[in-house]
Design a protein around this ligand. Structure first.
Ligand SMILES: Cc1cc2nc3c(=O)[nH]c(=O)nc-3n(C[C@H](O)[C@H](O)[C@H](O)COP(=O)(O)OP(=O)(O)OC[C@H]3O[C@@H](n4cnc5c(N)ncnc54)[C@H](O)[C@@H]3O)c2cc1C
Length: 489
């Protein structure tokens, strides 16, 4: 299936869906060994396809990246299972692996993945804000969100969440907050921006709440997400450090995939599970070009940015809460730290900038980024010590991701996820950006991998039927349901 010269593409090599098929075991190339690509590859291999996975990095997992350099696992990409219940498509795998979860919030939290009582908020002078004020402003924030829904019903044209907020404030001046309460309100906004990895002036008010939240609250992967991807990768033919640069659809079906270093792979079909950021930047060329509706969807769906700066300290000097928040006059200057000590027992705080702030910090050196995070910490806890070690992610500029996850930008339709998912001939698409109900999540990406595999299998079964052939394909892998191990300290 592989050759190494990058000559002009010949039509002679037999794509299986050619007019004269010679065997009944079809082949598929999966591009990208993130959770979506791994799920697709596994399901297809389970269904007796010959599968080759091409991965640009020297590791699997993509935006799941568990770092062990502190001597214990720290997730620098995804770290929560959103929807810690058996309804989650990943639940059975996580349970089978015996991976414990630490629940940081139940259902319906205004702060998404954290309950209010698990936060300690401070102002820039290190003054802790009383919980009563935090809760009161939380109610105002919820009222604001409710009012924005009315605004969107009135206006035919989409607008940003920020613009809708300002319309609500004009109409309901009593929702405006002054002084410290204003800063706390900005902090709520900052958390919302963190959830979308985008600034409120870019997020569509039409679509901001379209995402489906599974029941069970949000569970932090105490031992990191890595075991999930490692187990999925077992037994697959994965070619690491194979960056795909071109995908050619051939006249008699079948695909040819060419890597950066001119290796050629031919197969009957391909699953494109590379991130949307990579597709938007045209780092993978399609020949012939993808249809307009697909290109437009790639252009229109937005990718946000969030980074993590993990700080490893000698001892714990901070309060025993799950999150430390810094309130400020604008959401841009607010921030928060995840206290990993609460869930894992390790003295680590993770600073998590999102949106424009994440992009700005990403241009700093790692040392400067870590110093910036420590400076924020010292503002709220003047006795903070210097970290022993630090880790800094670069999801926005890493050319294997070019962003953190998708969000709906102003004026763009919510059917973009579906358009991104829809196959083009023998090209199938998977990944978080192809998931309209759970975009930007690990379980959503996983589900799209299984879906792409199942669609690919279906197409082959139909084709074999037309040719009166008996395919040598088994059913997709099945998932037994096991109870998750969930705790809260
Ligand atoms: C900081 C951060 C925090 C997050 N937190 C959470 C969370 O707590 N919970 C949650 O559910 N989700 C979270 N997410 C989102 C989640 O990580 C993603 O939705 C999910 O991992 C995406 O999986 P994927 O397979 O679609 O893409 P990816 O994981 O990005 O996989 C795509 C793969 O394609 C490879 N690739 C790229 N270009 C090429 C090429 N040219 N050729 C070959 N291979 C290529 C990449 O290296 C990568 O391995 C977070 C993401 C980030 C960045």
């Amino acid at each position: 299936m592989e050759s190494t010269s990058d000559q002009s593409i010949s039509e002679s090599s037999s794509g299986f869906l050619s007019d004269q098929p010679s065997c009944t075991k079809p082949s598929v190339i999966v591009i990208g060994a993130g959770i979506a690509g791994l799920a697709a590859a596994r399901a297809l291999q389970g269904a007796s396809f010959k599968v080759t996975l091409l991965e640009s990095r020297d590791r699997v997992g993509g935006r799941i990246l568990t770092d062990y350099s502190f001597g214990f696992p720290v997730d620098m990409g995804a770290s929560w299972l959103h929807g810690a219940s058996k309804d989650n498509p990943l639940a059975s795998l996580i349970a089978r692996l015996g991976l414990p979860l630490y629940r940081t919030s139940g259902d319906d939290s205004v702060l998404y993945d954290h309950d209010l009582e698990s936060y300690a908020l401070f102002d820039m002078e290190g003054l802790q804000i009383c919980q009563h004020l935090v809760a009161k402003v939380g109610e105002v924030f919820e009222a604001l969100l409710e009012e924005t829904k009315k605004v969107r019903e009135e206006f035919a044209e989409d607008m940003s969440v920020m613009k809708a907020f300002s319309i609500v404030m004009e109409r309901r001046p009593e929702l405006r907050q002054e002084g410290l309460a204003h800063k706390v309100l900005q902090w709520y906004l900052c958390r919302l921006e963190g959830w979308f990895a985008a600034d409120a002036d870019n997020i569509s008010v039409q679509s901001w709440d379209e995402e489906e939240l599974l029941e069970g609250g949000h569970g932090l992967m105490v031992r990191g997400y890595a075991p999930v991807v490692t187990s999925l990768a077992e037994g697959l033919d994965i070619r690491l450090s194979h960056r795909v640069r071109k995908v050619v659809r051939r006249r008699h079906h079948g695909v040819r995939v060419i890597t950066e270093d001119a290796k050629i792979f031919d197969a009957d079909a391909a699953v494109i599970a590379a991130p949307l950021g990579v597709l938007k930047a045209n780092l993978i060329k399609f020949e012939p070009r993808l249809p307009d509706w697909k290109e437009q969807a790639i252009a229109d769906l937005a990718v946000g940015n969030e980074n993590k700066i993990a700080l490893f300290f000698e001892t714990v000097f901070w309060p025993n809460v799950e999150f430390l928040g810094v309130v400020a006059p604008t959401s841009y200057s607010c921030s928060y730290f995840l206290n990993l000590h609460k869930a894992t027992g390790h003295p680590v705080l993770v600073y998590m900038p999102a949106g424009r702030l994440a992009n700005d910090i990403e241009h700093l050196s790692d040392e400067a980024a870590a110093s910036f995070a420590v400076l924020q910490l010292k503002r709220i806890l003047p006795n903070a010590t210097e970290p022993l070690k630090f880790l800094v992610s670069h999801w926005g500029t890493d050319k294997s991701s070019l962003g953190c996850y998708t969000y709906d930008a102003v004026g763009k339709s919510h059917d973009l996820y579906e358009r991104l998912r829809t196959p083009v001939e023998t090209l199938f698409f998977a990944g978080e950006a192809t998931c309209h109900n759970f975009p930007g999540t690990v379980h959503g990406a996983f589900a799209t991998g299984l879906l792409a595999a199942s669609e690919c299998r279906k197409q082959f079964v139909e084709h074999f039927k037309e040719l009166n052939l008996q395919p040598a394909m088994a059913d997709d892998i099945s998932n037994e349901l096991l109870p998750l191990q969930i705790s809260r300290m």
